[in-house]
Write a protein that binds this ligand. Structure first.
Ligand code: IPD
Ligand code: CA
Ligand code: CA
Length: 282
């Protein structure tokens, strides 16, 4: 049980997460700029939803580390799905390459994200961005760090003064809930909204105070498990849009420094969706 994990055990598991995220990041560096688009970048089906040889090999590298250190734990990894011991209280949620679209276009904003849920609760995580050599880590009760220095969320306390980030799920051409209306509305009433393209780093950037808030729908546990712990341990808040406790499986999250949480929640709940755009054939 999470409550029974000693600080020493948490620290040991955090070192394992770090080793795994670093191993994934090394693979991302290895293939950077070297992918053959015809052979090593494939579509997963939807327009813009790509997978590369780097995603797959980075996942193998992460799983190797976890299988060596914690063979009795369960794993949920983006490319290979569930493995390990079904029913374990410990579930590792892995995104070997978060920001695949960026990566495939050689836009250097991607990371390997390794999170651990204990009894369903995000408990620790490591996110490594090999392009900026930044390692973000946190564990419940042990604080959050960027390159091993303590980090905190920003002090911004008005939405009008904030810089936000968001993202758009790959199903955006199939649903009315596209997030396009929210993007327009919040661009209008803040200092700006970024669409950076890697959810794990969006969370890490809120945690280290570069951004004041983040919202997105349609995410998966591997996108957010590690980053949630970073934000919470850095003093921020992570909930659903309506401020109810986050269900990692719904992937609809509101993340802030805590100070603009009410204001951003109210705005998000008041925005009506835009009419659906005509579907685009991929
Ligand atoms: C995606 C990125 C992106 C977010 C998408 C995610 P991927 O992950 O995190 O920022 O908007 O919803 O699916 O496909 O690059 O691992
Ligand atoms: Ca992802
Ligand atoms: Ca991914």
């Amino acid at each position: 049980m999470a409550a029974n994990l000693s600080p020493d055990r948490l620290q040991t598991l955090l070192e394992i997460a770090t080793e795994a995220a670093s191993a994934g990041g090394a693979v991302l560096k290895k293939y950077w700029g070297k992918l053959d688009p015809g052979k090593q970048i494939e579509s997963k089906g939807r327009l813009g939803d790509l997978v590369t040889v780097a995603d797959k090999e980075a996942e193998v590298a992460v799983l190797d580390v976890l299988r060596r250190h914690v063979p009795d734990h369960a794993i949920l990894a983006e490319e290979s799905g569930a493995s390990g011991i079904d029913g374990s209280d410990f579930l590792w949620a892995i995104d070997p390459l978060d920001g695949t679209t960026n990566y495939a276009h050689q836009y250097p904003f991607s990371a390997t994200s390794v999170g651990l849920l204990v009894d369903g609760v995000p408990t620790l995580g490591a996110i490594y961005d090999p392009f900026h050599d930044e390692l973000f880590r946190a564990a419940k009760g042990l604080g959050a760090t960027r390159n091993r220095q303590s980090m905190q969320v920003s002090g911004c306390d008005r939405l009008a003064d904030s810089l936000l980030v968001t993202g758009f799920a790959y199903d955006r051409r199939e649903v009315l809930d596209t997030n396009y209306a929210e993007f327009c509305h919040l661009t209008h009433c803040t200092q700006g909204v970024r669409r950076a393209g890697a959810a794990s780093l969006d969370l890490a950037y809120v945690a280290c105070g570069r951004l004041d808030g983040y919202w997105e729908r349609g995410l998966s546990p591997w996108d957010i498990a590690a980053g949630i712990v970073l934000v919470e341990e850095a003093g921020g808040l992570v909930t659903s849009y309506d401020k109810s406790p986050l269900d990692v499986k719904t992937g609809r999250l509101l993340v802030t420094n805590g100070k603009i949480h009410n204001e951003l929640s109210e705005k998000l709940l008041s925005i009506e969706p835009l009419p659906q755009f005509a579907p685009i054939q991929s």
